[in-house]
Ligand binder design. Structure first.
Ligand SMILES: Nc1ncnc2c1ncn2[C@@H]1O[C@H](COP(=O)(O)OP(=O)(O)OP(=O)(O)O)[C@@H](O)[C@H]1O
Length: 244
């Protein structure tokens, strides 16, 4: 459903992504894991159409993705960022934040859709008339997830969606994402420096180091101790508990 072939990204002298390839089936959840600066966010952003100047080939449902994406792409592929504070407009209420994608995509029934979206992320309707600064970090990330889902995408790109949250809230948001993924049969790509987070949400993962994929394997194989590459083993040692 998603194919990335020989993706290469340079930022001036920085060769951030070097010939990355992977393929993901519809409904699959795939993790990109690696230490800071390994290029995983750049892969996700290139796929999302947020980075110009990449080379290689990318496709979604068999259709090649060019440098520019159309409205259909932005309806079916949604991104959730690490910092919900930065990604939610500070002067818009939750109601307006959630109504905006509906207006962009010309979708009717805003009232019912907003109610349903808030229910899905377990937020009380009371938050509808609050601004982002009046919410907790976990509530803000739930609003960002609701906004991503409100126009019914088929693909969710998650860039460190829990790492800006308090430890107590991280597991809640991760479990919410796992439930939503199953209920909506979403295809997900999750970027994280934390192997435990990836193992919790994904079936398969690729380990990145210095812009390259050094190992790709099933989470089941990872749990069974079958990781081969020394860098994967280093990341395992850093992750305290693979069950998240
Ligand atoms: N817009 C940019 N301009 C210049 N260099 C960039 C840009 N974005 C990323 N880079 C560089 O590209 C490399 C890969 O960055 P990237 O953010 O993809 O890594 P990452 O693995 O996601 O790391 P982190 O977990 O810290 O976000 C880094 O050296 C980074 O400094």
């Amino acid at each position: 459903m998603i194919e990335v072939q020989d993706l290469d990204v340079r930022f001036g002298a920085v060769h951030a992504v070097r010939g990355v390839s992977f393929a993901i089936a519809a409904g699959e959840s795939f993790g990109l894991v690696g230490e800071s600066g390994s290029g995983k966010s750049t892969v996700l952003r290139a796929l999302a159409g947020l980075i110009p100047g990449w080379t290689g080939a990318m496709s979604l449902q068999g259709r090649a993705l060019g440098p520019k994406r159309d409205r259909t792409f932005f309806r079916s592929v949604q991104m959730v960022f690490q910092d919900p504070y930065g990604s939610l407009h500070p002067r818009q209420t939750v109601d307006r934040i959630l109504a905006e994608p509906l207006a962009i995509h010309g979708l009717d029934g805003a009232e019912a859709r907003i109610r349903r979206a808030l229910e899905e992320v377990s937020l009380s309707p009371i938050v509808r008339f609050r601004y982002p600064h009046q919410l907790s970090g976990g509530q803000r990330q739930r609003v960002a997830i609701a906004r991503a889902l409100i126009a019914d995408p088929s693909v969710l790109l998650l860039d460190e969606p829990t790492s800006a949250l308090d430890v107590s809230v991280q597991a809640e948001v991760l479990n919410l994402l796992a439930d939503l993924r199953a209920a909506r049969q979403l295809t997900c790509i999750l970027v994280s420096h934390n192997l435990a987070v990836v193992a919790h949400l994904c079936e398969r993962l690729a380990v990145m180091q210095q812009g390259k994929v050094v190992e790709a394997l099933d989470v089941a194989a990872l749990r069974a101790g079958q990781a081969q590459h020394p860098h994967t083993r280093d990341l395992i040692a850093l992750s305290r508990d693979l069950d998240g």
